[in-house]
Structures are given as C-alpha cells and as structure tokens.
Design a binder for this molecule. Structure first.
Ligand code: 13P
Length: 285
C-alpha cells in the first residue's frame, strides 16, 4: 500500500510582535510572496491580531496557484473550555478566528510553568473546538549536553498525549489534526540551529513514542516540523530530511523576504514528494 503523503508545512510563530494594523499588512505581504503549490502555510499572530490576519488572508491574492490559501493559527489556548480565568482565551473563542493553534511552546513552559499534563489538556480543548494542533517539544541545552535529549523529548510526547485518543488525531481531508514541532530550546532565538541529522534523529524518536502510544502506521502519519533559528539559509538542511515535514519559524517569520525563501525551498520538497508519490502510483500493477 502507498503510504499517504504527509503535507509540507511552514508555520510562522509571530510571538509577541505586531499590532493588529501591522499584522494585517504583514500577513498580506507574506501571503503574496509565498504563493507556492503544495505548502501548507500557517500564520500564528498574537490573539488580538487573529481577526486582522484572517481578513488579510481571505482574498485570492494570497492563494497558491493550486488554490491553497493561508491558515490562521493561535499561539496558545486555555486548557479549560470556560471559567474564571482572567486574561485567558478558550478554544471556543478561537473557533472562527483560527483553525490551528500551537500548544506547549517552550516559552510558555518556561514563563507560565506549563506542564505536560496541562499541555495535554490544552490539546484536547483545542481538538474539541476543531482546531488543528501544533504540539511543541524540545530539550534544554543541559539535557543535550548530558545525552538526555531523546529521553526528555520522549517523556514530553508521552506526557502531553497520555490522555489523548490516537485514533482521533490522524489527518482529515483538509489536513493534519496533530502536528508535532521539535524545537530544541537552545536553538530558539539564538541563531544556533540544530543540525538536520539531529532533527531527523529526534523525529525518529518522536514517531517511536507515537507508535508505542498506539498511533497508526508507527506514527508515520503525523507531520513533524523543526523549529529553532530557521532561516532561508538553513531550511534546506531540514527539508532534505525525509522525516521532517517543514518548519515552525519564529523571528524569520516576521520578515517577508525570509518567508518567501523558506516557503520556496519547502515547495521544492513538496513538489518532490508529489512527484515521488505519482511515480510510485504509476508503478503499481
Ligand atoms: P526562532 O525561529 O526565532 O528561533 O523561534 C523559533 C520558535 O520558537 C518558533 O516557535
């Protein structure tokens, strides 16, 4: 049987940057400059910019030639569906403004003391509102130096997904319900990216964890992104690894030139995968 092709995804995490007016302009510019077939583009602005970005990417001028538009994602979601949580945002509030959300970003793990168990609840809350989830995992530098990188990430994956039903997290016709972003903490915002081979090794470990949690096809259906100082100059290092399906981009996602370069390179991988799939189909008896 031909394995269904995983999508190539470039997601931009704008973190705490842009006002609503700036975000709309930036999304429009990035959208017009990243019209590449076969790449799922997701822009994740701050909550207060979601509506502006949604409006900016709603027109045909940001669609790729194959008609694919840009998806809008949130950067976080509360683990409860409603309640006395001043300043927080629930999954139901996001539905209509976003179709994706990040959960478990290391900056929230660090600044808001988020635990794997809580991140798992965020994931379930997001799914209950139909949001596609990018779950972030990644080790600290001390973990890598001590040879613990794989065991730390393995524990995060298992902890975040302990309460999830693997059968409900596969892709639907419009895309993946769950994507995992491997973001080594020491590579975020430092200009020091991981090597492609390290990211690929970690993708193997993540899929092994998914397989043992009961995900179908040994976890091969779940897209895995790399994040951490991704730029147009180093994206190829990751896109040439067959186990890596794209990038979660931070600082460079605020720069239209960089996003244009990153999505163009990712498009080459997407087109290569599509050609490979087509030729495998042709060879089938
Ligand atoms: P940088 O690309 O700025 O290193 O940030 C990565 C990140 O945290 C994306 O979520």
């Amino acid at each position: 049987m031909i394995h269904p092709m995983r999508p190539v995804i470039v997601a931009g995490n704008w973190k705490m940057h842009t006002t609503p007016a700036e975000a709309g302009d930036l999304a429009r510019t990035i959208g017009a400059r990243t019209r590449v077939d076969g790449v799922t583009r997701v822009l994740c602005p701050p909550f207060v910019c979601l509506a502006a970005v949604g409006a900016a990417v709603s027109g045909p001028e940001v669609a790729a030639p194959d008609g694919t538009g840009i998806a809008v994602g949130a950067q976080d979601v509360h683990h409860e569906l409603a309640g006395a949580y001043t300043g927080s945002t629930s999954a139901a509030m996001l539905a209509g403004l976003a179709t994706w959300t990040i959960v478990g970003h290391s900056e929230r793990r660090r600044d808001d003391c988020e635990t794997d168990e809580q991140i798992g609840r965020k994931l379930l809350a997001a799914r209950s509102a139909g949001l596609r989830v990018i779950l972030c995992v990644g080790e600290q530098l001390a973990d890598r130096d001590a040879g613990r990188a794989v065991s730390v990430v393995d524990r995060q994956v298992r902890g975040c997904l302990a309460a999830a039903d693997p059968g409900a997290l596969g892709a639907d016709a419009d895309g993946p319900r769950l994507t995992i972003a491997y973001e080594p903490v020491w590579a975020i915002g430092t200009g020091r990216n991981a090597r492609g081979a390290d990211a690929a090794e970690m993708a193997g470990a993540i899929r092994a964890a998914l397989a043992s949690l009961g995900f179908a096809n040994a976890g091969e259906d779940i897209p895995i992104l790399y994040g951490g100082s991704v730029s147009s100059a180093n994206i190829d290092e990751f896109m040439t690894e067959p186990s890596i399906d794209g990038a979660l981009v931070g600082g460079a996602s605020l720069k239209p030139d960089e996003m244009a370069g990153i999505v163009a390179r990712a498009g080459l991988t997407a087109q290569g995968r599509a050609a490979g799939l087509a030729s495998r189909r042709k060879r089938r008896p």
